[in-house]
Write a protein that binds this ligand. Structure first.
Ligand SMILES: NC(=O)c1ccc[n+]([C@@H]2O[C@H](COP(=O)([O-])OP(=O)(O)OC[C@H]3O[C@@H](n4cnc5c(N)ncnc54)[C@H](O)[C@@H]3O)[C@@H](O)[C@H]2O)c1
Length: 284
């Protein structure tokens, strides 16, 4: 048994994070490592045709691995597509073989697509649903058998404030993120007797390449030829209640850290909104 301490409460645990090459996934990886966990991250490391901004690269994935190693923890960086169930099972089984267990899953990989219901093509719809919803299922399907066998596990699905509400022009993303919450609740009920908790985190606008890109800036400011960060900030803040346009990845990580802690062992099937108050408008 690995000794834990106040500084390393996750020592001896292994965390799997999908979409961990950059953004929120990288933040989760580095902080869980700082708290003592060994880490496995996967990422697609190439672009997807219907996504209007660049996804992470192999260099990004290598940088996450370097930052985890800086925390003195082991890291397995893998290029894998969450849409591919066989690849996810091979990845997670490999993590179990190399690092000894699979204790934490943060199903974080996702893409954001924009488009009207009158023009959106089949590929745009299915790429979003396949990555954001089926990808979460695939990661859970790969990790859950290990957790059930261990009789301990923490699964976190990353939804969105768009999984709790809706906006026009983003139908596939919205549907996928509502789906993540339903998926988490169903799996939470199934694994409740096995020492495995399953929860969702629903972020507001988070300062990552998913929102800081030209396609989204143009949607928010169609009146400008080349909208910049400061041009979209007021509209972004309007999606929140607290007067901030976006929040930092580390603030989402704080919710993830809470959900994997022993203090959260009796929280399952829940959603934590980290959205600068937005959910006060639309959740019961
Ligand atoms: N940024 C926001 O405002 C925001 C708000 C709410 C929810 N989210 C959600 O948070 C999660 C993390 O997003 P982020 O903000 O860090 O954006 P990001 O684009 O920086 O990170 C997403 C990561 O997922 C990876 N990815 C995409 N498709 C993949 C696939 N098929 N297989 C494996 N990896 C894949 C990307 O390469 C990228 O590294 C996503 O699920 C996103 O939908 C983001």
């Amino acid at each position: 048994m690995t000794e834990t301490s106040d500084q390393t409460p996750l020592a001896g645990k292994v965390a799997v994070i999908t979409g961990g090459a950059r953004g929120q996934g990288r933040s989760h990886a580095v902080e869980l490592a700082r708290l003592g966990a060994d880490i496995a991250v996967c990422d697609l490391c190439r672009d997807v045709a219907s996504v209007g901004y660049p996804l992470a690269t192999g260099e990004d994935l290598g940088e996450t691995a370097r930052l985890v190693a800086d925390q003195g923890r082991r890291c397995i960086p893998t290029v894998a597509d969450v849409r591919d169930l066989d690849a996810m099972v091979a990845f997670v089984d490999g993590v179990r073989a190399e690092l000894g267990s699979v204790d934490i899953l943060v199903a974080n990989a996702g893409v954001s697509t924009l488009g009207s219901i009158c023009t959106m093509g089949a590929a745009e719809w299915s790429e979003t649903i396949d990555i954001n919803l089926t990808g979460v299922f695939n990661a859970m399907r790969a990790a859950a058998p290990h957790m059930r066998r261990q009789r301990w596990g923490r699964i976190i699905g990353i939804s969105s404030m768009m999984g709790r509400s809706a906006n026009p022009g983003i139908p596939a993303y919205t549907a996928s993120k509502w789906g993540v919450i339903g998926l988490c609740k169903s799996v939470a009920l199934e694994l409740a007797g096995d020492g495995v908790t399953v929860n969702a985190v629903a972020p507001g606008n988070v300062s990552t390449p998913m929102i800081h890109n030209e396609a989204l800036y143009r949607l928010m400011r169609p009146d400008l030829d080349h909208p910049a960060r400061e041009d979209v900030a007021p509209a972004m803040a309007g999606l929140h209640v607290q007067p901030v346009p976006w929040i930092e990845p580390e603030e989402i990580t704080a919710a993830v850290v809470f959900l994997v802690s022993e203090g959260a062992r009796h929280i399952t099937g829940s959603v934590i909104d980290v959205d600068a108050g937005a959910s006060a408008r639309f959740t019961g």
